[in-house]
Structures are given as C-alpha cells and as structure tokens.
Design a protein around this ligand. Structure first.
Ligand code: NAD
Length: 424
C-alpha cells in the first residue's frame, strides 16, 4: 500500500520505517526541512536502537522517502497517519495546534479518490470524531464516511525499544468511524502476530490513556512502597520481586527509583485528568500518582544532604540525563529537576549521557559541565548521583572509592566507598 506518515519524530519515523520494511511504499512528511534532509540521507533525527540501519535499508530499497510536500504525499497514497506531537497545553490539557494544522491541510488536499486519515498521535477521547473530522470536512467540503475514511490507531511503542515494540505489539487497536475505515487500517497489520481490537475512535483514544495512566500509577505506587521501605531498612527490590511473582500483578514496572518522565506519561496523565474535569469528575488516584512523581527526583538530593550535609560548592557527578536508557529524549527527564536543584544549592555539576548531551545542553545550558563518557565525568568528583540506568554505567570500575547516591539501583555501584539507594 502507499502510505503517508505525517510527523517524523519517535512515532512517525518508526511507523514509516517499519511499514516500509514490510514492503509498503512510505512517504514521510515533516515541516522541518532539516529533519527531512537528514532522513533522506539516512541519518535519523532521533536516536533509537536499530533505526539507522533500518532507515538505510528502506531508503536503498526505494520503499521510503521524506518530503515537506504534504499535498503530493497525501495525493500519492491511500492512507495517511497523523503522528505529530501533542504536547501539554497550559491548563493540563493537550495542545492540539499541530493536529489542527495537519487536519486542515489534509482536508485541502483530498481528491475524489477514497483516502483514510488515521490518528496515531495521542489525543483525548473525542478529538478524532469531533475535532479532526470537522476540520477535514470543512476544508475538503467532503463527508467523512462517504468520501473519505477516518480511524484512530493509538501507538504503544516505548522509546528505547520502539522498533521491536512497533513490529511485535502486545495488541493493535483500531477505532474506525465505519467498517471501511477500520478494515483499511486493519489490513496493514494483517501479518502482525498480535490480537487486533476493533473499537470506536473514542474508545481507542481512551485505551491509550488508560494504559499510560495505569503504568504511571504503577510506577508511583512502587515508589511509594520504596519510600516506606527505605527508612525501615527494607530493600524495595526484594519486595518488588515478591510482589511481581503474584500472577495478578506481573513483575514489570516495579522498579522503584526517581519516577517517570518522558514525553508520554506525565503529559498523558495530566491530559486525562483535565478531560475528567470537563465531565465534572475529580480523579483521586491519577492526581496522587502525579503528585508523588513531582517530588520523587528531589528525594535523591534530600537523601544526600541528610548523609553528607550541604552540597554547596561540592563537585557532583551526574550519570545519566535522558529520561530512560536507550533514548536521547530529555522531555520531562528527572535529571532536569535534579540538576536544577543541585545548581540552586551551589553544587558544581559534571554530567554525562551516551545520547542526550545535545538535548540536555538546550535545556540545562552551560552552567553544567558535560562529558562524552562516564570515565571522563567521574574524574571530576567523588560524589556521584546515578540518574539513568544506561548499560555504560554498569561498571564497578567507575565507583571504586566514590560516594554514590543511586536513583536507579545499579548493582555494580555497590562497590563504592559509601553507597545509598533512593528506595533501598
Ligand atoms: P515528536 O515531537 O518526536 O515528533 C513530532 C514531529 O511532528 C516533529 O518532527 C515535528 O516537526 C512534526 N510536525 C509538527 N507539525 C507538523 C506538520 N504540520 N506537518 C508535518 N510534521 C509536523 O513527537 P513523538 O514523540 O513522535 O509523538 C507523536 C505523538 O505520538 C504524540 O501525540 C505522542 O503523545 C504520541 N506517542 C509518543 C510516543 C513516544 O514514545 N514518543 C509513544 C506513543 C505515542
């Protein structure tokens, strides 16, 4: 099938490259010319394991190209996936500016050929049926269901394992406005070995929010257990093991630590809380999950201060900046709160990350000293904070003779002269 993918970030580029690797002809569209040029030259604008090799393969095979020309891309394909960003709005809602722009533009370019527009971006329930369709109909002067199809197909990939997750999902959810739309999307996933659920668009939208809200709550839950374990001198990881062996619970997402970050969990939980308010519901559990997550990163600093006193004037080595290993994504990374607080307290920060140095510089600026690798960073101080659990930091040699405050439970760091875990 000829597929148009709009937005070439973590979701769009991975979607485009994966569909192209399955033999489809994909045109990726972005408004950012530099991104488009990089993609056409085989350089992915984001870091994701295996993406560069796969991108080069599909470019060589002629299955993928990138462009800023939405009109040609839409008119040359049968189906368009909207994968643009939906960042947090000012009031805890989502900012749908990019979605609205794309909806209006696609509408202008629809012809008499039947075309299906698929929302893959994460949007609050009702956005596809009420907002997107209205924009498409008003600019195309055509009727959804009769002249073109619309569906919502949420994406569940995780940064760091995005390609693996896209190609081997736990489930696929397709919420079409009618059977024709649903089946056009379902056909693309025919070869996938995963259950495919057919729902309404708003149910598909809600499944995405319910999933992320549940996972975020699970993280805040285990952090709460960890915060209770720490003063009782109980290892929260042993507790998590005992908990995860219960078949009703499952062992994943039970690693207590610095809390969740990234572009999805904080934004999505806030957005569904905002949506709940619109229907006069006050979500108690979700608000608590957010509240605990706000303060969790700073517990590492409080722990250090309680053990060694003021951090003013001290050299602090921070290992890890991205919100999790395997990605260069700095959005809502706990490192931002930790480093900002360290700087405020007068510490001299020496930070390293295998992938996120450029992104970190943009957010944290030049008050931080950056190093390309942990071996260089660690030379600049005896006090070490572990913030992201990259494999590069699983090296006993880094920690010998150091004072370590660990936010991620890196076993190798326990050889340090002095070691404290945040929740264990
Ligand atoms: P991103 O910020 O990495 O990428 C968005 C891209 O869209 C950018 O390249 C931007 O230039 C482009 N864009 C903006 N306006 C455009 C327009 N008018 N035309 C063409 N391109 C345009 O975003 P992302 O992380 O890939 O997320 C995209 C959506 O998917 C969001 O709704 C997000 O919540 C959701 N999602 C993200 C993840 C994730 O792990 N990142 C996982 C599942 C779902």
């Amino acid at each position: 099938m000829n597929i148009c993918v709009i937005g070439t970030g973590y979701v769009g580029l991975v979607t485009g490259v994966c569909f192209a690797s399955l033999g489809h002809t994909v045109t990726c569209v972005d408004i950012n010319e530099e991104r488009v040029d990089n993609i056409n030259s085989g350089r992915p604008p984001i870091y994701e394991v295996g993406l560069e090799e796969m991108l080069k393969d599909v470019l060589e095979g002629g299955n993928l190209s990138a462009t800023t020309d939405l009109k040609t891309a839409v008119q040359g394909s049968e189906i368009s996936f909207i994968c643009v960003g939906t960042p947090s709005g000012l009031l805890g809602d989502i900012d749908v500016r990019f979605i609205e722009q794309v909806g209006r533009d696609i509408g202008k370019f629809l012809t008499d050929d039947y075309h299906v527009i698929v929302m893959k971006s994460t949007v609050v329930p009702g956005t596809t049926e009420f907002s997107l369709i209205q924009l498409l109909e008003s600019t195309s002067e055509k009727k959804a269901g009769r002249d073109f199809g619309v569906a919502m197909n949420p994406e569940f990939l995780r940064e760091g394992t995005a390609i693996e997750d896209f190609l081997n999902p736990d489930r696929i959810v397709v919420g079409g406005i009618d059977e024709r739309s649903t089946e056009a999307v379902a056909a693309l996933y025919e070869e996938f070995d995963a259950p495919l659920m057919r729902t309404s668009p708003r149910t598909a939208e809600m499944i995405k929010y319910a999933t992320n809200s549940f996972l975020a709550t699970k993280i805040s839950f285990i952090n709460e257990i960890g915060n209770i374990c720490k003063p009782l001198d109980i290892d929260s990881y042993e507790v998590a093991r005992g908990l995860g062996l219960d078949s009703r619970i499952s062992p994943s997402f039970l690693r207590s630590g610095l809390g969740f970050g990234g572009s999805c969990f904080p934004k999505d939980v806030k957005a569904i809380v905002g949506k709940a308010k619109e229907v006069y519901y006050h979500p108690v559990v979700l608000n608590a999950a957010l509240e605990l997550n706000e303060t969790q990163p700073l517990r590492l600093i409080r722990l250090a201060e309680s053990k060694i006193g003021s951090l003013n004037g001290k050299d602090v080595v921070v290992l890890g900046l991205s919100f999790k290993p395997g990605t260069d994504d700095m959005r809502e990374a706990p490192s931002i709160r930790i480093i900002s607080s360290l700087l405020k307290k007068g510490a001299v920060v020496h930070a390293t990350d295998p992938q996120a140095l450029d992104g970190a510089r943009e957010i944290l600026g030049e008050k931080v000293n950056y190093y390309d690798n942990a071996k260089d960073a660690i030379k600049h101080g005896d006090l070490v904070f572990i913030v992201t659990e990259w494999d590069d930091f699983k090296d006993e040699g880094l920690y010998k003779g150091k004072i370590v405050f660990d936010g991620r439970n890196i076993k190798e760091a326990r050889v340090a002269k002095y070691y404290e875990g945040i929740c264990w």
